[in-house]
Design a protein around this ligand. Structure first.
Ligand SMILES: [Fe+2]
Length: 279
C-alpha cells in the first residue's frame, strides 16, 4: 500500500514545485511498494536512481525560488536538501555494490521522513515567502530537466511523443511512466504482456515501444518479429535486466534499434529515446 496518495493537502500552490513533488511522491511510493524479491530490487535501483536525478533539478529549482524571494531560512533549507541528497546517494552506492544487501526497511524509513518531514513541513514553510512572487515563479518554472538535456542532444518534442511500455512487472511500468511524464511525455500507454502490446499496436502504432525482453508468454524477439509483420514505423527499444550484449545480435536481427539496461536512470531512458528517434 502506498505511503500517501497525492492530494490537494500536499500542494503548496506553486505549480512547478507541486508538479515536481507529485513526481517525487510517486517515486517515494514506488520504493515503498517494492519488496525484497530480486526483480523488485531491479525496480528499486531504478527508482533510487531516478529519485536522485530528479531531485537535483527539483532542489535547484526550490533553492533558486527561495533565493529570488529572499526566504530567510534558505541556508537551513539548503542543508536539509544536502543531507537528503547525501543519504539517497549512499543508498544508491550500496545498491550498485550489492543489490541483495540493500537495507530496504531503512530506505523506506528515510523516504517516509523525506515525505512527511521535508515536503510536508519544511517545504510548506517557504510557501508564504514565495507564493505571490510571480516573476520568481516564472523564472524557476522555466528550469527543467529536459531543458538541460536539450543543450547536449538533438531536440525531441517530448509533448508530442507517443510511447508504449511493455513489461510484466507493474512497478517497473509505473516507474517508466512516472519518469516519462516527468520529462513531458503525455501519450504513454502500457501493456503487461507482448500479446497485449501487439493488440494495442495493431490499432495504432506509436513512436517508441519500450519492451521488456524476457516475459512469460512471448519473448521480446518474437514480439519484435510479429510487430514488423504489420508495423514498420514503431521504434523498438529492448529493456533488459540482463547484460545487453547477451541479446544484441538476436534483438537487432528482430528489428530492435535501441537498448536500455535495467536498472534504468532518467538520463539513460531519455538518451535511448533521443538516440532511436535520430536514427
Ligand atoms: Fe525542499
Amino acid at each position: 500500500m502506498s505511503l500517501t496518495k497525492w492530494s490537494s493537502n500536499l500542494e503548496i500552490g506553486i505549480g512547478c514545485i507541486d508538479a515536481d513533488h507529485k513526481v517525487l511522491v510517486s517515486l517515494i511510493n514506488q520504493v515503498h511498494d517494492c519488496s525484497n524479491l530480486y526483480e523488485e530490487l531491479m525496480v528499486l535501483g531504478s527508482v533510487l536512481s531516478a529519485l536522485i536525478e530528479y531531485t537535483v533539478y527539483h532542489f535547484n529549482r526550490e533553492e533558486k525560488l527561495q533565493e529570488l524571494c529572499g526566504y530567510s531560512q534558505l541556508e537551513a533549507h539548503k542543508t536539509s536538501h544536502h543531507n537528503l541528497t547525501i543519504q539517497a546517494q549512499s543508498f544508491y552506492k550500496r545498491y550498485v555494490e550489492n543489490p541483495a544487501d540493500l537495507p530496504v526497511a531503512e530506505i523506506k524509513g528515510f523516504l517516509r521522513n523525506w515525505l512527511f518531514n521535508h515536503i510536508m513541513i519544511e517545504d510548506f514553510a517557504f510557501r508564504p515567502a514565495c507564493l505571490d512572487n510571480k516573476d520568481a515563479i516564472a523564472e524557476v518554472t522555466a528550469m527543467t530537466f529536459m531543458k538541460d538535456h536539450a543543450e547536449t542532444s538533438a531536440p525531441v518534442d517530448w509533448g508530442r511523443l507517443s510511447v508504449l511500455i511493455i513489461d510484466d512487472n507493474p512497478n517497473f511500468r509505473l516507474l517508466i511512466k512516472t519518469v516519462l511524464r516527468a520529462v513531458g511525455v503525455r501519450n504513454v500507454q502500457e501493456a503487461a504482456s507482448a500479446d497485449d502490446g501487439l493488440k494495442l499496436l495493431i490499432k495504432r502504432p506509436v513512436d517508441v515501444v519500450l519492451c521488456d525482453w524476457v516475459m512469460e508468454g512471448m519473448h521480446g524477439a518474437e514480439f519484435a518479429r510479429r510487430l514488423r509483420e504489420f508495423d514498420d514505423s514503431s521504434l523498438i527499444v529492448l529493456v533488459t535486466g540482463h547484460a545487453v550484449e547477451t541479446h544484441r545480435e538476436q534483438a537487432s536481427a528482430s528489428g530492435v534499434i535501441g537498448f536500455l539496461q535495467k536498472p534504468i536512470s532518467v538520463r539513460s531512458l531519455v538518451d535511448v529515446i533521443t538516440e532511436v528517434l535520430s536514427k
